[in-house]
Design a protein around this ligand. Structure first.
Ligand SMILES: O=C(O)c1ccccc1N[C@@H]1O[C@H](COP(=O)(O)O)[C@@H](O)[C@H]1O
Length: 214
């Protein structure tokens, strides 16, 4: 078992949730964003989360969500954390954490060192920072596009809170990403797919094996 936390995100079928469990992932993620090929609704999230063991973290990925939506997604207790992947401010993120009583992750879109420095505004407001590649202006999705950023920007990162790395990871580059960044949590979505939104059991297995060897 790896010392690293592994999140397999954008799951939408029972067999791929099962694969993430068998492969030793610590976290699974469900995307609720209509424009995403990985979009799942509240009922699907509840059914998929129920397949995974209780100790596994189940993260709901949302983009600039309204409180009504968050109330719907969290009502059944299936999710153990919320990943905010839009333009939520530190104040909005803190309000969500307080209102819904779940750990909150904030995705930080990274292109330059300044993006990482700006993330300190979220210290105290959220529970984990997830550094992800900035998608191009006008993109349909704010994440899940298989894009990576310059991982050397995270070298020697000193931030007083949990954090993770995402964006363009796959079985082929995960070890390099860990070596460069020393990230304690690794998050993957499109890098374990055979086509957008179609997760591959084999790629999930290969990814977890590669990370576990780090
Ligand atoms: O995956 C999506 O479709 C998505 C939609 C909206 C917000 C975030 C989304 N994905 C998240 O982006 C990162 C990186 O993904 P990738 O590995 O580069 O494909 C990850 O946390 C996804 O869950």
């Amino acid at each position: 078992m790896s010392r690293l936390a592994i999140k397999i995100c954008g799951l939408s079928t029972p067999d791929t949730v099962g694969a993430a469990v068998r492969a030793g992932a610590s976290h699974i993620g469900f995307v609720h964003f209509a424009k995403s090929p990985r979009h799942v609704d509240a009922a699907q999230i509840a059914a998929l989360a129920a397949i995974a063991p209780g100790h596994m973290e189940k993260v709901g990925v949302v983009v600039d969500p309204a409180d009504d939506l968050l109330a719907e997604l969290t009502a059944g207790g299936a999710l153990t954390a919320l990943q905010l992947h839009g333009k939520e401010s530190p104040q909005r993120a803190a309000a969500i954490r307080q209102r819904f009583g779940l750990p909150v992750w904030k995705a930080i879109s990274v292109k330059t060192r300044a993006d990482i420095d700006a993330a300190t505004a979220y210290v105290g407001a959220v529970d984990l920072l997830l550094f992800d590649a900035k998608t191009p202006d006008g993109s349909a999705l704010p994440g899940g596009m298989g894009l990576r950023f310059d991982w050397t920007l995270l070298r020697g990162l000193s931030i007083p809170m949990p954090w993770g790395l995402s964006g363009g990871l796959s079985a082929d580059n995960a070890a390099e990403a860990v070596r460069i960044t020393d990230a304690p949590l690794i998050d993957v979505s499109s890098g374990v797919e055979s086509a957008p939104g179609i997760k591959s059991v084999d790629k999930i297995m290969a990814f977890c094996k590669a990370v576990s060897a780090c």
